[in-house]
Design a protein around this ligand. Sequence first.
Ligand code: CP
Length: 344
Amino acid sequence: MSGHLLTLGELGTEGITELLSLTDRFVEVGQRPIPKVPALRGRTVATLFFEESTRTRLAFETAAKRLSADVLTFSASSSSLAKGESLRDTVETIDAMGVDAMVVRHRSSGVPAQVARWVGDGVSVLNGGDGWHAHPTQGLQDAYTLWRHFCPMPDGLPGTVAPDVPTLAGRRVAIVGDIVHSRVARSDIEAYTALGASIVLVAPPTLLPVQPREWIDGWLPPDDAKRVEITHHFDDVLDELDVVGLLRCQRERMIDGLIGSIPEYVARYGLTFERAHRLRRRAVVTHPGPMNRGIEIAGDTAEDLAADGRLLVTRQVTHGVAVRMAALFRLVGSGTALGADERD
Ligand code: CP
């Protein structure tokens, strides 16, 4: 694995499955009375979020603290950026304080990669979501959540049972909504296809790349690209799905004129009560959050699915901490397995 985590494509199938297997160990740490290990004691992780976030920033900070790292939280709005300091000077200032990792979120695609070129050799950069481009730890947490939903962790402490190989082979996953503007969609597609799932992208033409087939074929490895289909008709695929992956309906797209109105979007792409009842009995629903109840999913339907254990949103968040512990441990830690004497 390289010193940075910028996209899942760079990580490859081997790197993805390695991190997901490692995540089992940190799920177990999270279940202890004191959910903390000393793996990153003496290391410093800085979170640099230039765009709003609840889940990703808090999950990274929780993960770093559970690994006993020190955490520096950079807040763009109260920083010297407001006095005109450049992004590069800001990054180099934080680097000069002696950090081991920077988690970067920015509304522009490519900023974490640029930051990785600016920092010193000993600093790992982790992409916390950049523009429409990538959200690799979201893809990892979603893939982990689905893998462990369909293949629950065997009884016993991780490390005392034979490790499972992460897989979604044979699973049919729909990713529904604003594909073209979604970094979550890109990273989920990379993670799910790497684990062998078949994917159907469900969206109106205005919320897909202009030539969606060419886009898929030009980006994914050929064997993975073959398992991705595209449709504009959600109702046509409902009864074949194991997973419905909803994306946030970004209201600003209405202003852009890409969708006519919210009621029109709900009528064609919302997970309504009627659509939920046409799903397979064991099909599950994911959402990266923040969730617009009444748009991507009907409010009562979300409650019903949650009561049935079929809405995986909170499990995605819980696993988001463990996945980020695995990523930080692998990039910033010794890189060796967690030994018994490392357990508090
Ligand atoms: N899923 C996600 O990235 O959420 P936040 O914007 O709250 O981090």
